[in-house]
Design a protein around this ligand. Structure first.
Ligand code: NAD
Ligand code: IPM
Ligand code: MN
Length: 374
């Protein structure tokens, strides 16, 4: 039995999670796996009603799950950051989900904005998920002398920063720190190079901006060098600006990209665009020896929420990633094959790719496909 914590969340979150669960139910029937679900009503409604973002008790209950399935967080009624940082980032950090795996795969039948049919885009994208400019350390100071104490508490380490700032001739200054640790860079590089080995990939592209942010990405590069030597797989370094260019012009040249948190966030929306749109992009926040959390790359899409038109494929593929991470690989491959078949047939398309199929039509079609013997 697999215990799954479900966080439908905001906007289109509940709509896409419902389809992912439909697919998991079909998997359960076909493969004889039992899922025990517990829903957690986190998000804007819960926050506006109770004033609570995420309680310790909820975290404790989630920590007893085998995996978490999440829809999306964020709502126009709530100040940006409260739910995104308070729920999403807090869970990623608490469960030390240091890998954000975001495969960028263009399926047959899905229109690619880069034009030309039959492009072979298949990139394993590994985004570091606990450090960099996401650590949440920063502040604002005013003219004169000030002292700020910040601390970064992680399971493996603690770092305290006492920053004295003397600001002259300007009334206000805001700053935010980017942090890369040897431990943090090393473990995500290990994961990336091991994944390359598992998938038969012979070149890992490590992304950074080491020509400007020389400290944090200098350390990042050392970890990549080390992992490349350790795992016997070649690496190349590319600056993030050039990667953005190449992902548009010649995405076929990349097989596995490993990127720091912030650049990884941005590049995976670009990745989503070249795989047909945000509606197709899955992701897993992975701790290989802990509780992992699976969610589509897209957000709560308030502009289309409640209309039954959101594309659920990213969420469904995220549930396949969940199955794979739980070691139920056959079922994971089965879900991906069913998605692939439905997309290549092209009979059911959501509005984001010019069709008029509803969200649940897509889920139903994938479930019907899954039910067929393979
Ligand atoms: P978004 O991903 O929600 O939407 C961007 C655009 O893509 C919108 O036009 C939307 O309609 C469209 N879109 C997204 N997913 C789609 C799908 N599955 N099918 C069809 N169209 C889809 O990004 P945003 O508008 O920048 O952010 C909205 C809210 O979501 C904000 O509060 C933001 O902080 C939050 N957010 C959350 C996550 C997450 O939970 N992981 C990720 C990104 C943004
Ligand atoms: C994502 C989102 C989040 C991120 C936000 C909502 C905190 O953009 O999952 O890509 O930046 O990681
Ligand atoms: Mn993002």
């Amino acid at each position: 039995m697999q215990k799954i914590g479900v966080i439908p969340g905001d906007g289109v979150g509940p709509e896409v999670v419902a389809e992912a669960r439909k697919v998991l139910d079909a998997v359960s029937e076909k493969h004889g796996i039992t899922f025990e679900y517990e829903e957690f009503p986190l998000g804007a409604d819960h926050y506006l009603r109770t004033g609570e973002v995420l309680s310790e008790e909820t975290i404790q209950r989630l920590s007893r799950k085998d995996a978490i399935l999440l829809g999306a967080m964020g709502d126009p009624r709530v100040k940006p950051g409260i739910l995104e940082k308070g729920v999403l980032l807090r869970l990623r950090f608490h469960f030390d989900q240091y890998v954000n795996l975001r495969p960028i795969k263009l399926f047959e039948g899905v229109p690619c904005p880069l034009g030309a049919k039959g492009r072979k885009i298949n990139i394993e994208f590994v985004r570091e998920n606990t450090e960099d400019f996401y650590v949440g350390l920063g502040g604002r100071v005013h003219e004169g002398l000030s002292k700020t104490s910040l601390s970064l508490l992680r399971k493996a380490y603690e770092a305290r920063f006492d920053i004295g700032i003397e600001l002259k001739d300007e009334s206000e200054l805001a700053f935010q720190l980017g942090v890369v640790t040897r431990h943090g860079a090393r473990r995500v590089m290990d994961y990336a190079f091991q994944l390359a080995k598992k998938k038969g990939i012979d070149l890992v592209t490590a992304v950074d901006k080491a020509n400007v942010l020389t400290e944090i990405y200098g350390l990042w590069r050392e970890a990549a060098e080390e992992a490349s030597a350790k795992h016997g797989i070649a690496k190349e370094f590319q600056y993030v600006d050039a990667v953005a260019l190449h992902m548009v012009r010649t995405p076929e040249r990349f097989r596995l990209i490993v990127a720091p948190n912030l650049f990884g966030d941005i590049l995976t929306d670009l990745g989503a665009a070249i795989q047909g749109g945000l509606g197709f992009a899955p992701s897993g926040n992975i701790n290989p020896s802990g509780v992992s959390m699976f969610e589509p790359v897209h957000g709560s899409a308030p502009d289309i929420a409640g209309k039954g038109i959101v594309n659920p494929v990213g969420a469904i593929l995220s549930s396949a990633l969940m199955l794979e991470t739980l070691g139920i690989e056959k079922a994971a491959a089965d879900v991906e094959a069913a998605v692939k078949k439905i997309l290549s047939e092209g009979r059911h398309k959501t509005a984001d790719i010019g069709g008029n199929a509803s969200t649940s039509k897509i889920g139903d079609a994938i479930v019907r496909e899954l039910a067929k013997p393979r």
